[in-house]
Design a protein. Structure first.
Length: 370
């Protein structure tokens, strides 16, 4: 019995070819296979960000908003100061030739959304320098949802997430002066010449006096898909019916822009036309810092009517993520890298703020000018 055991082991080893593994050549082959496995594991670790602690991802982006602006639990990490809107959209039907999206068929769909100021400070005073925004949620009759966030500037100042991050860091106020360090801005502009060019375009574009007479632009390009599957590059804008008045006076008051908006909506509905700008081949869809030529065809897809305005609170626009990739069938993302960067960053901002205690917004709709 005792002699049989090693014999059986040898038989099994031979049957399964194990002695062959102990030769020098086999061991060399095994080492090559192990090295290849190691390379694959290292590649996965690199792609997963485990090797490079400094890699830019959505978590680092939102951590940096918090580092630059300070902690403001419960609030959006950007566009933190805002107010909710309600209303509807009447489609003209003219957008249907570009997109099969139900929202462009003639008819009315309910809309809610949010006006806000760019920046991560929820209590910041209103002022001439903050970019204004309009975010919208269209609830379509077939159950689909379209969400969009637009700004009142003609182009975006950066073309990708790295540019956005570098700008955020460069604009961090110097504790001594309360203003960004000009040396940091110079370094940023040297690294991102496209941002310098975009800022020239932005500066040439006059700001309106308030929220209601501002035009809000998608800035990012999207692809409209028609019923035959044809894809067209499109940027869109909400163009106000209220006549444009330039921002010449900066009234006193912490919330003068929001207070004027609230007073304006109380007087009666404010309206905007949804203007689709149709790109031509060669128009950049992957760089929101570059304007498209002014002669591009535009289509008036319908009218947004805003009738209601209310302070952020439980269950209204406060608790929504206006993710620009929540799109109905018939509108698709373009190759603009900002879109996926936005979607990822908004998700982290939303997840954090959703789990935090809430304090009232600076903008309360019951009060008078503060
Ligand atoms: C990589 C680039 C960008 C980053 C990291 C970024 C970051 C953010 C974050 C963190 C929020 C708050 C999200 C939330 O908690 O719900 C936000 C809101 C917003 N962003 Fe961006 N953003 C970027 C680019 C853009 C661009 C290109 C636009 C163009 C229109 C834009 C327009 C808006 C608007 C309108 C809001 C306010 C939405 C609301 O009222 O809820 N952002 N952004």
């Amino acid at each position: 019995m005792t002699n049989d055991a090693p014999r059986q082991q040898t038989d099994s080893a031979e049957r399964y070819g194990l002695p062959a593994l102990l030769t020098r050549a086999s061991l060399a082959r095994l080492s090559v296979a192990a090295a290849a496995m190691l390379v694959i594991v290292v590649c996965f670790a690199w792609a997963g960000g485990w090797l490079s602690t400094g890699r830019l991802d959505q978590t680092r982006m939102i951590d940096t908003f918090e580092a630059v602006n300070g902690p403001h639990p419960g609030f959006r990490r950007n566009h933190a100061k805002g107010v909710c809107l309600t209303g509807w959209f009447d489609s003209s039907g003219d957008g249907a030739r570009l997109s099969k999206a139900v929202v462009f068929k003639p008819g009315r769909v309910p809309v809610f959304g949010r006006f806000a100021l760019a920046g991560g400070m929820p209590m910041m005073p209103d002022g001439p320098n903050a970019v204004r925004s309009m975010a919208l949620n269209f609830t379509l009759p077939d159950g689909e949802i379209w969400r969009t966030g637009m700004n009142d500037i003609p182009v975006f100042a950066v073309k990708d997430a790295q540019g956005f991050y570098d700008q955020l860091v460069a604009m961090k106020p110097d504790p001594k002066t309360g203003k960004p360090d000009p040396a940091n801005i110079k370094t940023f502009l040297e690294a991102h010449p496209e941002s310098g060019r975009a800022m020239v375009v932005i500066r040439e574009h006059p700001f309106s006096s308030g929220f209601a007479d501002a035009a809000y632009n998608s800035l990012d390009a999207f692809r409209f898909i028609d019923s035959a599957g044809v894809s067209t590059p499109v940027r869109w804008s909400m163009v106000p019916v209220d006549p444009f008045t330039p921002e010449l006076l900066y009234p006193e008051g912490q919330n003068y822009l929001f207070d004027d908006l609230i007073a304006r909506i109380r007087q009666g509905p404010a309206q905007w036309h949804l203007i689709l700008t149709v790109g031509r081949p060669g128009d950049p869809t992957n760089d929101a810092t570059i304007p498209w030529p002014a002669d591009r065809e535009s289509v008036d897809a319908g009218t947004l009517t805003v009738t209601g305005i209310e302070a952020e609170g439980a269950g209204n626009c406060r608790d929504i993520n206006f993710d620009p990739l929540v799109l109905p069938s018939g509108i698709a993302p373009s190759d603009d890298p900002l879109l996926s960067a936005r979607s990822a960053a908004y998700s982290v901002s939303f997840t954090r703020r959703a789990g935090e205690a809430k304090t009232p917004s600076a903008v309360q709709t019951g009060g008078s000018r503060t």
